[in-house]
Design a protein around this ligand. Structure first.
Ligand SMILES: O=C(O)C[C@H]1C=CC(=O)O1
Length: 103
């Protein structure tokens, strides 16, 4: 199953610099693990924000719940999760042309 996730991360301004850096490095490392596992499929920064949008693959809602809760920045996150299903245009395209063009 695919999910569109929007993350809004707010680390308090008075958080010690070393903790902020530790969190950022930990977040990147954990994200890399999910990319390598084929879970975090794509990740973007919405223009003009410090937010994150991504496409996440998960075999269950419970798996997705555990995955996002395992992110080091989770305690500082507000997130919205939108389950995705295939669009009829994509179904029609695949029928006529084969797989959708890669990103
Ligand atoms: O780092 C962020 O901005 C948020 C977080 C959401 C997924 C991920 O890998 O990073």
């Amino acid at each position: 199953m695919l999910f569109l996730i929007h993350f809004e991360v707010t680390v308090p301004a008075d958080t010690p610099t070393e903790l902020k850096e530790q969190l950022r490095q930990g977040e990147h490392a954990r994200a890399f693990e999910f990319i390598e596992a084929g879970k975090l499929r794509r990740i973007w920064r919405p223009v003009g924000t410090a937010d994150t949008c991504c496409i996440w693959e998960a075999d269950s809602l419970e798996e997705l719940h555990a995955a996002v809760r395992s992110l080091p920045l989770y305690p500082y996150m507000k997130l919205s999760v939108t389950p995705l299903v295939e669009h009829p245009v994509a179904v029609a395209w695949k029928k006529e042309h084969g797989p959708m063009p890669a990103f």
